[in-house]
Design a binder for this molecule. Structure first.
Ligand code: GDP
Ligand code: MG
Length: 290
């Protein structure tokens, strides 16, 4: 039996959350084309009973901290770095490879590193080969693989390589569990994702979601959540003309939450203004950014 912790690191938008979801066959991490969608460290378990358990950590993309929220996000990266047995360094193959290399070197990893080039579907053979050679020449790369996380290409090979590098040991978590995070967390993330989908530019970065009520009833689950913003103007944007935007958020989120929980859901959303929540330790704690 092999078991260990595997951190997925890389720049924002490399496809870290997509990769986690593909590997686990379940939507644990929210995905968007906007940077900084992932704010927490999300752990997901991939177990093959009797053979292996991989404890993956999806992490926020590595950025410079502008707000306390960003410091908490980078804390999530740091803690995943500290307990990794194997590191996956993920690069978008269409990105500037020199800058990816600089970032990877700056992590000073002491554990086996698999460099994974993602989005291979977007480039031709020659570009891909050059990128593979580029990273194969780097001393920190124990192995270099090219995948397309979104299209599930070569992701089984990636799992095999990870297992090769994993230490011998007993599983850390029950083998039928997928994550150690509470259901409420995934519910709030699915709501937050809809805000990334429906709103342009800055709005998503001003938003946090807090699930206040999660009650299992006979025929459905009743969920009440607050959408937290910084300013009144943002509140009006989220609510929309005659409430049409918040309704849209609610409908899309409810469908995803129902699919995730496998139950009917009644979802109630409120919008609340909490000025400067991104720089307020108490709010950050309340919203789950530890
Ligand atoms: P993260 O910031 O690293 O977690 O990146 P996400 O997982 O949120 O993905 C960022 C964007 O890249 C999303 O629009 C994904 O759909 C897209 N993406 C992820 N993997 C692939 C891939 O293999 N091919 C293509 N073409 N797009 C991908
Ligand atoms: Mg992400």
């Amino acid at each position: 039996m092999k078991a260990g912790f595997v951190g997925i690191f890389g720049k924002p938008n490399a496809g870290k959350s997509t990769l986690l979801n593909t590997l686990l066959g379940e939507k644990l991490a929210i995905v968007s084309s906007k940077v900084q969608t992932t704010r927490h460290r999300i752990k997901g378990f991939l177990s093959k009973p009797g053979e292996y358990q991989i404890v993956f950590s999806d992490t926020p993309g590595i950025i410079e901290a502008k707000y306390k929220l960003h410091e908490k996000m980078m804390g999530a990266v740091k803690s995943a770095l500290e307990d990794a047995d194997v590191a996956i360094l993920l690069a978008d193959v269409t990105d500037d490879l020199e800058s990816c290399d600089a970032l990877f070197q700056s992590l000073h990893l002491k554990v086996p590193v698999i460099v994974v080039l993602n989005k291979k579907d977007k480039v031709g053979k020659e570009v891909l080969q050059n990128a593979i050679h580029f990273f194969e020449s780097k001393p920190y790369a124990k192995k270099v693989l090219a995948i397309a996380a979104l299209q599930q290409q070569k992701t089984d090979e990636l799992v095999n390589s990870i297992v090769d590098f994993l230490p011998e040991g007993a599983p850390f978590y029950p083998e039928d569990e997928l994550s150690d995070l509470p259901t409420r967390f995934f519910v709030s993330e699915l709501i937050r994702e809809k805000i990334y989908t429906l709103f342009e530019e800055e709005i998503p970065y001003h938003v946090a979601v807090l699930v206040n009520e999660f009650k299992e009833k006979e025929h459905l689950i009743k969920i009440q959540a607050d959408i937290i913003v910084n300013r009144d103007t943002q509140k009006s944007i989220i609510i929309g003309h005659q409430g049409n935007k918040i309704k849209e958020i609610g409908t899309l989120a409810r469908k995803d939450i129902e699919a995730f929980l496998g139950r009917k859901v009644f979802l109630e959303l409120f919008v609340k203004v909490r000025p400067k929540w991104r720089d307020n330790d108490l709010f950050l704690k309340e919203f789950g950014y530890h």
